[in-house]
Design a protein around this ligand. Structure first.
Ligand code: S3P
Length: 180
């Protein structure tokens, strides 16, 4: 299947943007870019290092700069970072150049899927104590509430709680065919 515009995956950390994006690219035989990986390649730094050494504001500036660059390519499957949608400029860029696909999931699912991740600075401390866990759960709930209105501004929404990566990718393709 040929895509005429970018297919841009948005959603909270742990929603499956990168894995579903890769699977979609494989099924549709289209090129794939993961925005976080692209930022890491271009800067030579990990996302965690950028946050630690330069702070979130600098990360957000880099995110916009490299999102623009990525969207200048011919149509790709693009997975974004969980916070890419908090910038109005980013939202406009994405809406103007592609189909925006929101991978949704409940906070419990997101907490479970991100539980063993230690590369997400917004979910630090990543420890296993009850206090660390409680802090992370509250952070996920708060950020999700804050961001939900922006995620909902999408062309297609898929609820992924009970879907495998392959099933989520298939569902996106089904919905894309229906919107044609
Ligand atoms: C962020 C999500 C991360 C990464 C950065 C900030 C966020 O990407 O961009 O740590 O603000 O939600 P993933 O959603 O791929 O984890």
């Amino acid at each position: 299947m040929n895509i005429e515009r970018h297919l841009i995956l948005i959603g909270f950390m742990g929603s499956g943007k990168s894995s579903v994006g890769r699977e979609l690219a494989k099924i549709l035989q289209q090129p794939f870019i993961d925005l976080d990986e692209y930022i890491e390649q271009q800067t030579g730094l990990t996302i965690a290092n950028i946050f630690a050494q330069q702070g979130e504001d600098v990360f957000r500036q880099l995110e916009t700069r490299f999102l623009k660059e990525v969207l200048k390519n011919p149509p790709h499957i693009v997975s974004t970072g969980g916070g890419t949608i908090i910038s109005e400029e980013n939202r406009r860029l994405m809406e103007a150049s592609g189909y925006v696909v929101f991978l949704d999931a409940g906070w419990e699912t997101l907490a479970e899927r991100t539980a063993s991740s230690c590369s997400r600075p917004l979910l630090y401390p990543s420890g296993k104590t009850a206090a660390d866990k409680q802090f992370r759960h509250q952070k996920i709930k708060d950020l999700l509430n804050e961001r939900r209105p922006f995620y909902e501004r999408c062309h297609i929404k898929i609820i992924t709680d009970n879907l495998s990566i392959h099933q989520a990718a298939r569902k996106i393709i089904q919905q894309l065919l229906q919107t044609d």
